[in-house]
Design a protein around this ligand. Structure first.
Ligand code: MN3
Length: 239
């Protein structure tokens, strides 16, 4: 084998430095078998708005089960197991009937919760800079965005999610999905989202989903969400 040319080495170095600028979780496009990412902060970090026990059960039991069940489904399908999660979810129609529903539910659950832990653990407040401008342009400003997001979350019948989608051009949208469905299944990207399954709030809020939706804004980490926005615009946002 010939050694790499200087040009190839330089090209490689450029790729390395470009990916180093993007947080690992975004640049990676993991394929199976999948692993449960640790919570990026202590389970008590979102108190008093989201209680410790809910965080522990939600991450250690619910999210863990999605990962286990996703891997079980993928064990029956070697080709699918090699695909990055966002590609799997964008190509559900090409999967055999025997694994499609399991991958839809558990792959969606894994992607949704991985995003969810990432964007919390903060102290709320408001976005700034480019993201603030995009919210003003596409969602009518921060106050209207919060109100509309909570209305969509409250209106989701049964279990599901409310998401902000983001295009590679940085355009934002608001959408609800049932169960563990995600805009990734439409080939889109998720900037942020809130879990409105009862398991996300029932211990503390019981049936009061509206109170949970309102309190959730207090634990958002806008720096993390801005990182996801930058990654989306750089074409590096995966799940
Ligand atoms: Mn959940």
């Amino acid at each position: 084998m010939h050694s790499l040319s200087r040009r190839q080495l330089l090209a490689g170095a450029t790729v390395l430095s470009a990916s180093a600028a993007i947080p690992r979780a975004f640049a990676q496009a993991p394929s199976g078998p999948f692993t449960l990412p640790p919570l990026p902060y202590a389970p008590s970090k979102n108190e008093p708005h989201i209680d410790t026990q809910t965080m522990e059960l939600h991450h250690d039991k619910h999210h863990a089960a999605y990962v286990t069940n996703l891997n079980t489904a993928l064990a029956q399908h070697a080709e699918a197991a090699k695909m990055p999660l966002q590609e799997l979810l964008a190509n559900l129609g090409k999967l055999p009937d025997s694994v499609r529903t399991a991958i839809r539910n558990n792959g969606g659950g894994h992607a949704n919760h991985t995003m969810f832990w990432q964007i919390m653990g903060g102290s709320g407040g408001e976005p700034s800079g480019e993201l603030k401008a995009a919210i003003e342009r596409d969602l009518g400003g921060f106050q209207k965005f919060q109100t509309d997001f909570n209305t969509v979350g409250l209106g989701q019948f049964g279990s599901g999610w409310v998401f902000v989608t983001v295009t590679p051009e940085g355009k934002l949208g608001l959408v609800a999905k049932p169960n563990q469905d995600t805009p990734l299944m439409d080939g889109g990207r998720v900037l942020m989202g809130n879990d409105v399954w009862e398991h996300a709030y029932y211990l503390k809020y019981q049936n009061r989903r509206a109170d949970y939706l309102k309190a959730w804004w207090n634990v958002l980490d806008w720096n993390k969400i801005a990182e996801r926005y930058a990654a989306a615009k750089a074409g590096k946002l995966t799940i």
